[in-house]
Structures are given as C-alpha cells and as structure tokens.
Design a protein around this ligand. Structure first.
Ligand code: AR6
Length: 169
C-alpha cells in the first residue's frame, strides 16, 4: 500500500483521520495550544482517561479514545522544550514521531494527523523541526494509507512545503 503524505493548513480538531496526535505535556492533563483545543473539542471524558494514564515522559506516546472528536483515537506525545538544541532535543522530537507512528501501527490505525510538535509554546525552530518530522514520517509512510501534517498557519505550511521539497519527500 502506497502511503500518501499531505501537508494541510487546518485545525487538527476537525480532522477525520482514524487518529489525531496531541502535542501534550508530561502530565497529560491538558494545557494551551493544540492540547487545549483537542481537550475542548473531545470533551471532559478525554481528561478522565488521561488522568488514569498518569503522565508520559518526553519523547514517548500514549493512546486514548477520541470521544467527541471525529477521530476515533488521540495519540498524546510529549515534545521536548527547546533550549538551544544541545540537550538532545532533535532525538527527543524524532522519538515523538517514531513512537506515535509505532503506537498507531500497533492499533491498526491507517490514517493519522500530526500537528507541528514542539514548535509553539515549546519553542522548537520550525525549520529544523519540520525536517525531523518529515524524515521520520517518510520512513514509515508505507505502513499507512494517509498521514497528514496539519499546519495551523499559512506560514507554517510554507515552511513544511519548503522542507519537503528540500528533502525530496
Ligand atoms: N490545530 C493544529 N495545530 C494547532 C492548533 C490546532 N487547533 N492549535 C495550535 N496549533 P503548541 P508545543 C499549532 O504550543 O509547542 C501545551 O500547553 C501551533 O500553532 O500547541 O508542543 C501543552 O500542554 C504550533 O504550530 O505545542 C504543552 O505544555 C503547534 O500546534 C505545550 O503546550 C504546536 O504548538 C506543548 O508545546
């Protein structure tokens, strides 16, 4: 099966893929940015399920239901807080994509939407983060029907499109 990678300017809470990915924090108890938007759209049962999980270390991923979302599942992953790039941030960010995709494959998820992990409140420069995201996704695209990267602004979309062209993906 030839997987399709799409870069889309949209709100991730509206995506109808089997799963959407949340850029969460280690508590998994919600926050601002995309995390806040996903919890608002999914409803309070999402927070209840997250409470039971009891947190998630940076770079790892956890699966919950999607509740009021169109997506059946939410994969919560915790990106690194960027602090100059010499504290293992690139490896941790790559782990977020790898572990999220592995969890999706383990649960027969065929279509999935990612936000741009760590590039908001956590401050990761999007030019570098987009390259990491694209490389990790391209490695596993064949195991999926479709993977979307959801860019929340037209500017972010342009950055991802440029990174994709550079990488020849
Ligand atoms: N749909 C798609 N992308 C979005 C949406 C949305 N509805 N809302 C924001 N983005 P951020 P981080 C984009 O800050 O940097 C939270 O408080 C946003 O423009 O959501 O990983 C967590 O609890 C940016 O491009 O996540 C953590 O504490 C991207 O999503 C912390 O923020 C990621 O921005 C995580 O920070």
């Amino acid at each position: 099966m030839n997987g399709k990678l799409r870069l889309v300017h949209a709100d991730i809470t509206h995506q109808d893929t089997d799963a959407i990915v949340n850029a969460a924090n280690e508590s998994l108890l919600g926050g601002g940015g995309v995390d806040g938007a996903i919890h608002r759209a999914a409803g309070p049962r999402l927070l209840e399920e997250c409470r039971k999980i009891g947190g998630c270390p940076t770079g790892q991923a956890r699966l919950t239901g999607g509740y009021n979302l169109k997506a059946r599942f939410v994969i919560h992953t915790v990106g690194p807080i960027y602090s100059g790039g010499k504290r293992g941030e690139a490896d941790l960010l790559a782990s977020c994509y790898r572990n999220s995709l592995q969890l999706a494959m383990d649960n027969q998820i065929r279509t999935i939407s990612f936000p741009s992990i760590s590039t908001g409140i956590y401050g990761y420069p999007i030019e570098e983060a987009s390259r990491i995201a694209l490389v990790e996704i391209a490695r596993r695209i064949e195991s999926f029907q479709e993977i979307r990267i959801i860019c929340f602004s037209a500017k972010d979309l342009k950055t991802y499109e440029a990174a994709r062209a550079d990488a020849g993906i």
